[in-house]
Design a binder for this molecule. Structure first.
Ligand code: ADP
Ligand code: ADP
Length: 593
């Protein structure tokens, strides 16, 4: 029986590019590759290679050569005249091992062998030109414009023989190549496939717009979230995919939805990116593509203006839709109408109607950080629960309280009082006291600059792990060097780092001399003592500065506690009951001050 022609739209260019080395030649090419010099690829290039290899970028079959690259910048077309809106290139630094007509092995970050590249072209490129032509801006607030400046100044191009796709151990059942996606879509039996691209958790508004699109076109939904690289700061893909799975399983007609993951490295190029997304989806079998407001937008530039207009992406896609063979399914903003309990397009809402919406920032700050449940009209309860697990309320997030100051300033004493107060308020605390740490974690380290830095970095490493797992790390070490303290701040994450400067004058510390160290240092019995013959660099802008001459350790520990209450890291002790569920009263700085 002759094979039935697929009801799906053909890939762009007629067939799916396949760069995988055939099984019969695999062993030979692999053995050959092991003798070649290697090039380690960036995370972005690994993503690009995977999509080139599987034909997601068809008709492209390699990182772009100079002629293709230039025409893509200028006209969004390859040298063949076919559309391709985003340059896919392999940027490299100067390297004598990279020579024309040579083969090199391409490897990932763990040095796993991925492919053999025959270097047919090496050419220079200009980040400013690419930024201007592709992204329409030179503003480094654009995440890709900023990133491009760190890429190598040469591009490599040539034949690719791919031995292995990058390994993914997560959600393997959802990771489908274009060919696998097509095979699955064919089983649904609809000629129309409506693709939906996303890099965010899906809320009711997205559910509504995808369902409307599928109903209107009488087809199947390809829910196709990006799990490669998205915009820095986005919700991690593990959390998102758990939520997509819950939604697909519980709220869509299973005969009308295919959930598959796309290992794409996004560029946040707005309109050009939308066209690229549509092309990639065509290769996966979709002939419709949903584009809403500000598709793949990178936010605002340094003057506070959005990089792209809200409907620029829809317009560009409309212009090329017929040529690309993918219909645009345009969506204008939807808002919730609480009185009618339904969503509606803004243009259809009569003036004066009550509407509701919650922005992404509000989701984090007014709901998740405060432990408030997202309302049903906004998000399905399963999704709300998954988000709440990833983003616990502030009072269950980790925090590091870093005391710094001269020996005898009062760090340990204040830290001990604070530890008890935090335990009393229901937090789990680990106290990393410099003197104690030097008997175990940092046993054997001395007081040279190098050893002091090593000690601080070790404490910082442990603190960062504690914070990552939602605990409180209280660290009390002299930590005399500003740069090292700032490194620890970055390691822990500035949002979760509270630097407390115990600002006790040297004379006072020396007069206290609880350990008799200052006397020894003055006599010269010990060398390199901070404040005597070794420097102390006071913090420039600590979160808190403590005064210990007029305030007691208890006073100061309470000040820190108040600060943590205000930041939300500690829950106020009085809870009100609401339907039997204890909830923390809204933390208002006015009440707490
Ligand atoms: P991105 O911001 O990268 O486009 P999102 O996951 O936020 O990704 O959005 C996926 C799609 O849904 C995009 O086409 C976007 O424009 C559209 N979209 C998001 N919110 C709305 C909304 N409230 N109304 C209509 N379309 C929306
Ligand atoms: P560090 O850990 O900074 O080296 P310690 O807490 O070990 O300092 O020692 C500080 C000494 O000063 C303790 O003996 C403590 O009782 C005393 N002290 C006096 N007033 C204060 C104060 N207001 N805050 C902290 N410690 C104080």
């Amino acid at each position: 029986m002759p094979a039935q022609a697929s009801p799906l739209i053909a890939p762009y260019g007629g067939h799916l590019v396949d760069l995988m080395v055939p099984a019969a030649a695999h062993a030979e090419v692999k053995a050959y590759a092991s003798q070649l010099s290697s090039l380690q690829l960036s995370e972005r290039s690994v993503c690009d290679l995977e999509l080139l290899a599987t034909g997601a970028f068809s008709p492209l079959d390699r990182f772009m050569g100079q002629v293709d690259y230039q025409r893509v910048l200028d006209e969004m077309r390859c040298s063949t005249g076919q559309l391709f809106p985003i340059p896919i290139t392999l940027p490299v630094e100067d390297d004598p091992a990279l020579r024309l007509d040579q083969d090199i092995a391409l490897r990932d970050a763990k040095n796993d062998l991925l492919a053999v590249l025959t270097i047919e072209e090496i050419y220079a490129w200009e980040p400013a030109e690419a930024a201007h032509k592709v992204f329409g801006t030179l503003d480094v607030r654009h995440p890709l414009v900023a990133e491009m400046h760190r890429w190598g100044k040469w591009h490599l191009s040539g034949r690719l023989q791919v031995l292995q796709l990058p390994k993914h151990y997560d959600f393997q059942e959802l990771r489908l190549t274009p060919a696998q996606t097509r095979a699955r879509l064919e089983e649904f039996g609809y000629p129309h496939v409506i693709a939906f691209q996303t890099r965010n958790p899906l809320h009711r508004v997205h559910e509504e717009l995808t369902k409307r699109a599928v109903q209107e076109r009488d087809g199947v939904l390809l829910l196709h979230p990006v799990v490669g690289m998205t915009k820095p700061g986005d919700v991690d893909h593990y959390t998102r995919v758990r939520a997509y799975k819950a939604l697909a399983a519980g709220y869509y007609d299973p005969r009308r939805i295919l959930l598959a993951l796309l290992p794409l490295a996004m560029r946040m190029a707005g309109p050009r990116e939308a066209l690229w997304h549509a092309l990639i989806r065509r290769n996966h079998g979709a002939n419709h593509f949903i584009v809403g407001r500000d598709h793949a937008g990178p936010g605002n530039d340094s003057t506070g203006t959005p990089f792209y207009g809200p409907y620029d992406a829809q317009e560009l896609l409309h212009r090329y839709s017929a040529e690309l063979g993918v219909h645009v399914v345009p969506f204008h903003e939807l808002l919730y109408l609480p009185d009618e309990e339904r969503y509606e397009e803004v243009s259809q809402i009569p003036p004066g109607t009550r509407t509701a919406s919650i922005s992404g920032t509000q989701v984090r700050e007014q709901y998740l950080n405060q432990g408030r449940t997202l309302p049903d009209w906004f998000t399905r309860p399963e999704v709300a629960e998954i988000l709440a697990e990833t983003y616990p309320p502030r009072h269950r997030q980790g925090v590091c309280i870093w005391f710094t100051g001269l020996s005898g300033a009062g760090k340990s004493t204040t830290a001990e009082v604070l530890t008890v107060l935090l335990l009393e308020h229901g937090r789990q605390v680990t106290l990393l006291d410099g003197d104690v740490v030097r008997t175990n974690l940092s046993h054997g380290l001395g007081f040279s600059k190098e050893d002091r830095d090593t000690n601080i970095r070790r404490i910082g490493f442990v603190a960062a792990e504690i914070v990552r797992h939602g605990g409180v790390a209280i660290c009390a070490a002299v930590s005399p060097y500003r740069t090292t303290r700032n490194d620890v701040r970055a390691l822990v994450g500035a949002e979760h780092f509270v630097e407390v400067f115990v600002d006790t004058p040297l004379e006072v510390c020396e007069a206290r001399d609880t350990k008799g160290m200052y006397a020894k240092a003055r006599r010269g019995d010990i060398k390199g003592f901070t404040g005597i013959d070794d420097p102390y660099e006071p913090p420039e802008s600590p979160e808190l500065r403590l005064e210990t001459v007029t305030l007691t350790p208890e006073d100061n520990a309470h000040r820190i506690l108040q600060y943590l209450l205000q930041r939300g890291f500690v829950r106020p002790p009085t809870t009100v009951r609401n339907n039997g569920i204890p909830v923390a009263p809204a933390v208002s700085p006015r009440v707490l001050e």
